[in-house]
Design a protein around this ligand. Structure first.
Ligand code: NAP
Length: 347
């Protein structure tokens, strides 16, 4: 089966990862790339300040970048759109594509917490895709909108999902986030070299709300948020890719460290092309200084989660976790949702 796809915002930090991940994809054929008015009409090679560690695929380099509106994309005859636009732009243009009947798998934060929009990680809550039927009824769209969570949320939530069998009660998380998470022109070198910035606008609230929706229960009509209290503190540091997070959790049960590691390592992955065989890898006591961004962000091609440092504390447990923010945390997450949409017959 072949599905023609397009990327909205294809020239940015996440858009470039989409291009890389779609190269040689067994199902998706890239047929359209869009960006801002300044890039429209240029070839992809001219428009993109390419920062990915593999060359631009030859068949993409010469593609014409078109404007981000349904009229400009119509000739490409695509079945599925991946969106990596700034959220303010996405909030305006995604509805226009949805009204035209497009299925959109989006990274942008607008509408992630909307009651009729599935916020989905295929290995964690694939059943939330059922919200699409509610969404179509309520909004009258022939298309469908599915969102993936923020990059810092997706790094932590698979480990929380694994811990939920022990009764997840409270979560405190402190992040060390890479500069690529702010987009190509997000943080200047003068701001971040020799520095750390203890604030990322809106990020803490996203972690605190999105994780409860992802872990929530879907009853066929709505998602009931998970009861756990989640508190986040988000920090930008001068790494390029890979968000590292220190998690402190309180659980109803009192599992041993071995039981915690086993729950994480045994957490089931999804049977989709881009899902890793083992979703969460956990370092043991013999490697207490792992995971690290430079060493571990490419685990499972950047689609896996890596954890370590599991310890008991006076109040519960603590551990560290890490994921590649523009792969697992962004383009790879949308791509995986696209694969789920195809698998479930929405495309
Ligand atoms: P970015 O590097 O700034 O790229 C933005 C893209 O949107 C570019 O292709 C840009 O085209 C296009 N664009 C900007 N303004 C536009 C407009 N008015 N009309 C049409 N296209 C426009 O941003 P990014 O880091 O890739 O992030 C994209 C989205 O993903 C954001 O919503 C972000 O919050 C989300 N996200 C990012 C990450 C991450 O790790 N970076 C993780 C999760 C989610 P030009 O090149 O022509 O300007």
């Amino acid at each position: 089966m072949s599905v023609r796809v397009g990327i909205l915002g294809a020239t940015g930090a996440v858009g470039q990862r989409f291009i890389q991940l779609l190269d040689d994809h067994p199902t998706f054929d890239l047929a359209a790339v869009t960006a801002s008015a300044e890039s429209a009409g240029k070839t992809y090679r001219e428009a993109a300040k390419w920062r990915v560690d593999t060359p631009i695929p030859d068949d993409v380099a010469g593609m014409e970048v078109v404007a981000t509106d349904p009229g400009a994309v119509a000739d490409a005859d695509v079945d599925l759109l991946f969106s990596s636009l700034p959220s303010g732009v996405a909030a305006e243009v995604e509805p226009a594509f949805l009204e035209e009947g497009y299925v959109v798998s989006s990274n942008s934060s607008n509408d992630r917490m909307a009651e009729d929009v599935p916020l989905t990680i295929p290995e964690i809550n694939p059943e939330h895709l059922g919200l699409i039927d509610v969404q179509r009824d309520e909004r009258g769209w022939d298309g469908a909108l599915v969102k993936n969570p923020n990059c810092s949320t997706i790094t932590m939530v698979p480990t929380l999902a694994a811990l939920d069998e022990f009764g997840l009660e409270t979560v405190h998380v402190s992040t060390l986030q890479a500069v690529s998470g702010a987009g190509y022109s997000g943080v200047t070198s003068m701001e971040i070299i020799d520095n750390a910035i203890p604030h990322i606008g809106g990020e803490e609230e996203k972690m605190e709300t999105e994780s409860r929706k992802l872990l929530g229960a879907f009853d066929g009509g709505e998602v009931r948020l998970h009861d756990a209290e989640v508190t986040a503190s988000c920090n930008r540091i001068p790494t390029l890719d890979g968000h590292l997070e220190n998690v402190f959790a309180e659980l109803d049960a009192d599992p041993s460290r071995e039981e915690i590691r086993a729950a994480m390592e045994g957490f089931e992955s999804a049977d989709l092309y881009s899902s890793p065989d083992q979703l969460i890898k956990v370092f043991g006591d013999d490697e207490p200084d792992r995971p690290q961004p430079r060493l571990d962000r490419t685990y499972a091609g950047g689609m896996g989660i890596v954890a370590g440092g599991v310890q008991h504390t006076a109040a519960g447990i603590k551990y560290n976790c890490l994921a590649h923010n523009t792969v697992r945390g962004a383009a790879g997450a949308s791509l995986l949702n696209g694969e789920l949409l195809v698998e479930e017959g929405y495309v």
